[in-house]
Every structure is written in structure tokens, then in C-alpha cells.
Design a protein around this ligand. Structure first.
Ligand SMILES: Nc1ncnc2c1ncn2[C@@H]1O[C@H](COP(=O)(O)OP(=O)(O)O)[C@@H](O)[C@H]1O
Ligand SMILES: [Mg+2]
Length: 363
């Protein structure tokens, strides 16, 4: 049975449908990320699960029972927010113990649980400190400890690492995943950061304008984006306008094979990931390769990003191996080996091609 079910859940503010009839089931122990751009309704959805916001219609069910009439403190949920929300006048110990005092637990049990929570987040000796004596990352670990000490069924996190620097964000991400697995808690993590979602989640719900565009495993979302929005939002993507002409997909003066499942009418968009463009030596004759000029190369450490200007197509993003001796202004041929064809709001038609025999791809 699912831990959490959102059933036709809707929230309207004035004339804005912040959350627009979403349906979602989250399993016991699952780590689900809600991913989408700012303003798409992520926080509103999470706040309805926590009980800080009342749905306009629809239902929130935990273990099969509706909780919409239940105040936040009675729900088996606990929330971690983006901004540090520790009480500044209380020591770390008291911050974590607060919810347990409200539950009137015996002193010895509170001590034991607070220490257990501190151990879990790797800050065993921090009980006597005040929040002002902690770094941002430490404060968020304590906020996590304060949520976990209540032993909620569902842990809710609203962009908890967004205020931290990039390196710390990655460290805490790994830490959170370890803790979530260790205590086997159901977690719902809201973020606008696709990398965070791809690396953390068992499943991602991609949201746009109050609706769920796609719900799937990270690898599936990345490889098979079902809408143009998801294709554009997740990972780097070249989106190119195309028309059907005979058995070709015409993109400017360049062509690709037209998949049989695509009918000729209407606007067609071809989506190609940078890693799905093989760069082949320009001297090779390669069917359906596109000639272009390397406009820009960016060193990314273990690989390079390139921008290739293809006449009548535009500036195309590619990823290049470090070992490749290639310079700006070099002429190259690009061969798309995998692409997705979107038409009329339908799920895409996916095409994979082999390079011609004997051609050595640079990347
Ligand atoms: N209390 C509120 N009153 C009016 N509008 C709100 C309120 N909270 C959120 N909204 C609106 O609802 C939409 C979704 O907001 P939110 O859930 O905060 O998005 P996200 O967390 O994805 O950035 C936005 O258009 C926002 O302006
Ligand atoms: Mg938000």
C-alpha cells in the first residue's frame, strides 16, 4: 500500500491554479522529488501534505486515510524548510527536544532520542551550542535532526539546501540519502535543481504550471522525456524546429531520416542531447552529417562543452572528450545518432541511428 496518495488535489489562490488537479502515489520508504521551475506549485503541494495549506478540492491520504481535516501537528509528517528555522535563543539540544517535550515524553527518553538524532546527522557533540555558533550546513543538519526525532512517517523537504554553496549542497545531498535509507523513511523533496533531483530521487514528478508533466525514475525522465517541457527542463538539450519533406525531416538546409510514425503536418520539434551528437572528421563523407564551425569550446574539467554553428540550423551544443584535439574555428561534421521527434503535443517518436561503418567519431 502507498504511504501517501494525492487524489485530484487542487489549490486555487484568487485566479491562480497553484496546484491543478494532481494525482500522485508515493510508496513506503520511497524518495520522491518534486521538480519544476519557480512558481509551478511545488511548495503549495508540499504544504497541503503537511497541513499548512487547505486544499480547494481533492484529498491527501496517508496510509489510506484522509488527513485534510487534521492539523499539521497531528499529521505523521515533519518538514524541513529552505531558510534556517532553528529557534536562536535555544541550544541545539532544546531545539531538537522541543517536539518531544510537547509529547510529554520522560526526560531520559528525550535525552536518548535527541542524542540518537544528533548521531544520525553526524553532529553528536553539538547539543550545547546555539544556532548562531553553527555554519549554514550544520544548521540544516540540525533542522533535519529536529524533523527526524519525531519519527514521522513522511519527511517533507522544501528546497532545504538551496541557501548553501555548491560543494556543501552535494555533500548534504549524499548525507540525506544515506540517512533516509538508514531510517527507511518516506521522503518528499521539493527542488528546482534538476541535478539534485536526478541524483537523489527514486522517482521524479516534474511539475509545470500546477500540473505533473511526467512521473518516473530519473533515468527514464532523462532518456525519454514525454513532453517538450520535460525535454527542455531536464538536462541540456538542442531543440530544433523541423518540417517534414518527403522521407526527410528538414531542419534548415540539413536533413534527418523521417520516422514513419510522424505524419507530415504541423509544427515538428526535434530534440537532441549534446552527447547524442557524434562529431566526425569533416573529411569523411557521412550520410546525414551536418557541417559546421566550432564557435566556442568550454573546459569543464573532465570533458569539454562545445558550440558548433551549423548554417541554417543554429548553434548546436555538443560534449567533447578531452583527448580530442579540436580548436575554435575548426570545421567539423555532426551526426545525430539519437533524437526525439515531438509533434502536436504527442509523446515523442524516438530514433536511433548507427554511424556509417569506418567513421571514427571524435567524442
Ligand atoms: N499564499 C498565497 N497566496 C496567493 N498566491 C500564492 C500563495 N502561495 C503561492 N501562491 C502562488 O501560487 C503559485 C505557486 O506557488 P508555489 O507553490 O510557491 O511555487 P513553487 O514552490 O513551485 O515556487 C505561484 O503563482 C504563487 O505566486
Ligand atoms: Mg517553493
Amino acid at each position: 500500500m502507498s504511504t501517501l496518495d494525492l487524489v485530484n488535489l487542487h489549490k486555487r489562490f484568487g485566479n491562480v491554479d497553484a496546484v491543478n488537479h494532481i494525482n500522485l502515489s508515493v510508496g513506503n520508504g520511497e524518495f520522491l522529488c518534486i521538480l519544476g521551475p519557480s512558481g509551478c506549485g511545488k511548495s503549495t503541494a508540499l504544504r497541503m501534505i503537511a497541513g499548512f495549506e487547505t486544499p480547494t478540492s481533492g484529498d491527501v491520504r496517508i496510509d489510506g486515510a484522509s488527513v485534510v481535516e487534521m492539523p499539521p501537528n497531528r499529521r505523521p509528517t515533519a518538514m524541513v524548510f529552505q531558510k534556517y528555522t532553528l529557534w536562536p535563543h535555544m541550544k541545539v539540544y532544546e531545539n531538537i527536544a522541543f517536539g518531544l517535550h510537547l509529547r510529554r515524553l520522560p526526560r531520559a527518553e528525550i535525552d536518548r532520542k535527541v542524542q540518537g538524532a544528533l548521531d544520525l546527522v553526524g553532529l553528536s557533540s553539538y547539543g550545547p551550542r546555539y544556532p548562531a555558533q553553527l555554519s549554514g550546513g550544520e544548521q540544516q543538519r540540525i533542522a533535519l535532526a529536529r524533523a527526524l526525532v519525531l519519527e514521522p512517517k513522511i519527511l517533507l523537504l522544501d528546497e532545504p539546501f538551496s541557501n548553501l554553496d555548491a560543494l556543501l549542497r552535494v555533500r548534504l545531498r549524499e548525507e540525506l540519502r544515506r540517512i533516509q535509507r538508514q531510517v527507511h523513511i518516506t521522503a518528499i523533496f521539493v527542488t528546482h535543481d534538476q541535478e539534485e533531483a536526478l541524483s537523489l530521487a527514486d522517482r521524479i514528478a516534474v511539475m509545470s504550471k500546477g500540473q505533473i508533466e511526467q512521473l518516473d525514475k530519473p533515468s527514464v525522465i532523462y532518456a525519454h522525456p514525454q513532453t517538450l517541457f520535460v525535454a527542455d527542463f531536464i538536462g541540456a538539450m538542442n531543440l530544433l524546429q523541423a518540417t517534414a519533406s518527403g522521407d526527410k525531416l528538414q531542419i534548415g538546409t540539413q536533413a534527418l531520416p523521417l520516422p514513419a510514425a510522424v505524419n507530415g503536418s504541423g509544427t515538428i520539434t526535434v530534440a537532441i542531447r549534446p552527447e547524442d551528437l557524434a562529431l566526425v572528421p569533416s573529411s569523411e563523407t557521412q550520410a546525414n552529417a551536418w557541417m559546421g564551425t566550432v564557435e566556442q569550446l568550454m573546459d569543464m574539467g573532465h570533458y569539454r562543452k562545445g558550440i558548433v554553428n551549423v548554417p541554417d540550423v543554429g548553434r548546436v551544443k555538443v560534449y567533447l572528450s578531452k583527448s580530442l584535439s579540436l580548436n575554435e574555428n575548426d570545421r567539423v561534421a555532426l551526426a545525430p545518432v539519437r533524437y526525439l521527434v515531438y509533434q502536436n503535443g504527442q509523446p515523442p517518436v524516438e530514433v536511433s541511428r548507427q554511424l556509417d561503418r569506418g567513421v571514427l567519431a571524435y567524442n
